[in-house]
Design a protein around this ligand. Structure first.
Ligand SMILES: [Zn+2]
Length: 149
C-alpha cells in the first residue's frame, strides 16, 4: 500500500480479468466479453491473442449477447471440491449449464434461480452479473451466471 487512505470498501473486482465489459458500477449494464478470430471465425471467452483453432493472430474483441439457451446441463448435488464460494451450509444443489450463445460459443456456467427439476434443454436464458463473494480486502468479487429468461 502506497497510500495512507483506508482501503475503499465495497470496490468491485471481476472474478477473472478480461471477462466483463466495464465499468462494474451498474451490473445490469455489464456484458461478457470475447474474442473472435478474423480468419476462421472461432469465438473464445475473454481476451485471446491467437486462435487455438487455426493459429491466426488476427483477432477482434467482441461483446457477447446476453441471451442464450440451455444446450445441456447437469445438476450439482454436492459441494464442489476446492475453493467453492457458493452456499455450503446448507449446500443448495444447482444447475451447471452449457449455455449456447448466438455469438457462436457455448459457455459452462451455473444456471441460478432455477429449480433443477425445472431445467429443460433449449430453455431461454439470460446473463446475470452479480456480487458473488467478498475477498480478503473487502472487495465485492463479481461473477456471472445465467437465469431463466
Ligand atoms: Zn482462427
Amino acid at each position: 500500500m502506497t497510500t495512507s487512505q483506508p482501503a475503499a470498501k465495497g470496490k468491485r473486482v471481476a472474478i477473472r480479468q478480461d471477462l466483463f465489459t466495464t465499468p462494474l458500477d451498474d451490473l445490469n449494464a455489464v456484458h461478457l466479453k470475447g474474442t473472435k478470430c478474423n480468419d476462421c471465425g472461432e469465438v473464445f471467452m475473454g481476451h485471446v491473442i491467437s486462435c487455438a483453432h487455426c493459429g491466426s493472430e488476427s483477432m477482434k474483441g467482441i461483446v457477447f449477447n446476453d441471451q442464450g439457451t440451455l444446450y445441456t446441463y447437469s445438476v450439482i448435488q454436492y459441494v464442489p471440491p476446492g475453493d467453492y464460494k457458493g452456499p455450503k451450509d446448507p449446500f443448495i444443489p444447482f444447475v451447471e449449464g452449457l449455455v449456447e450463445l448466438p455469438d457462436g460459443i457455448r459457455i459452462v456456467a451455473p444456471v441460478l434461480d432455477c429449480d433443477p427439476k425445472n431445467a429443460r434443454i433449449n430453455m431461454p436464458l439470460k446473463l446475470k452479473v452479480y456480487d458473488f463473494f467478498k475477498d480478503e480486502e473487502g472487495n465485492d468479487v463479481v461473477a456471472f451466471c445465467y437465469v431463466p429468461a
